[in-house]
Design a protein around this ligand. Structure first.
Ligand code: HEM
Length: 282
């Protein structure tokens, strides 16, 4: 007896619009002709398509991360802590997608990658402008990281502005000052191009917040959102480092660094150092 609950054919809906001679169609709005025609494998090897798409997809997510981080920072500058939570929560969900995507890339074996690695020349994620912009916005800035972008004045200028401006954490430290938590003036108005260094006054301010959560609920919630963000960033770095080890072992990177050992060192970086140190003291 046939079961008519199931069909092998998509039902046509007679009300669906079909004439787009005068209207914008889905693909036009999303510029899909550009995005879906931007994959140009150069080796002719099957697996290069995965390699290209995973990088492009990550760059799209990074674009949204940057958009949200900049917006969150603007709200923090205006002291609107609660409104920034919406952006920070979204960043956290995007980071989960980015971490998950390493599972797709781990289907690339060393032999698969080696079949086209030489075709990449010196190209490497090390030269990702958006990744650097996110790192700079979050406070991990090094002038040497701008060098690969010197030939592109727009990108170099954008990184240079982030380099000289306050990071998201600098804005957060200013909020601790607004809450009268004993932040010295030279931290509130500092040379923002200098690396942020962990500070006893800031750690003590966080300690006050974590031991008086009712009084400082917004700052406490903000702190935990920042720890979430950094935790996920570290998970991304770790999965990247381990995927690289799995695929190329300890070979040098196409970008010229020592490879896995370079990536391992990045695991010690902290955007929000006192928020981590504080845990031991509570
Ligand atoms: C088989 C896959 C991959 C390998 C073998 C690989 C290898 C490497 C290596 C060795 C480095 C250090 C710099 C260098 O000398 O090249 C690096 C950096 C980097 N890669 Fe990958 N990578 C892979 C996939 C990806 C993917 C999918 C992304 C996503 C966009 C990515 C983004 C980055 C970024 C942003 C850096 C800079 C990290 C930093 O400076 O802290 N990589 N990669």
């Amino acid at each position: 007896m046939s079961d008519d609950r199931f069909s092998t054919q998509q039902p046509a809906d007679k009300d669906a619009y079909t004439d787009f001679s005068e209207d914008m169609i889905y693909g036009d709005y999303l510029q899909l002709n550009k995005i879906l025609n931007a994959q140009f494998p150069i080796s002719g090897e099957h697996d290069e398509m995965l390699f290209i798409i995973i990088h492009q997809a990550t760059e799209l997510w990074l674009k949204l991360v940057l958009h949200e981080v900049v917006a969150a920072q603007n709200l923090l500058t205006q002291k609107d802590i609660r409104a920034s939570f919406k952006m920070l929560a979204r960043v956290a969900r995007i980071q989960k997608q980015m971490i998950q995507s390493w599972d797709v890339l781990s289907t690339l074996t060393p032999a698969d990658y080696l079949s086209f690695r030489d075709d990449l020349g010196k190209a490497s994620g090390f030269q990702s402008f958006q990744y650097r912009a996110v790192e700079f916005a979050l406070g991990n800035k090094h002038p040497a990281m701008m060098k690969p972008h010197e030939h592109d004045s727009d990108k170099h200028k954008a990184l240079n502005e982030l380099y000289h401006g306050p990071s998201m954490y600098d804005r957060v430290v200013q909020l601790l000052d607004v809450a009268d938590l004993g932040i010295p003036h030279n931290l509130v108005e500092r040379d923002f191009s200098q690396p942020y260094e962990s500070n006893d006054y800031v750690r003590n301010a966080w300690k006050t917040i974590y031991t008086n959560t009712d009084k400082y609920w917004n700052l406490y919630e903000l702190a935990e959102k920042l720890v979430d963000l950094e935790d996920s960033f570290l998970q991304w770095r770790f999965r990247h480092m381990k995927t690289v080890e799995r695929v190329i072992g300890f070979k040098r990177g196409t970008g010229g660094t020592s490879g896995v050992n370079y990536l391992k060192k990045a695991l010690d970086i902290r955007f929000f150092p006192e928020l981590w140190e504080l845990r031991t003291e509570l």
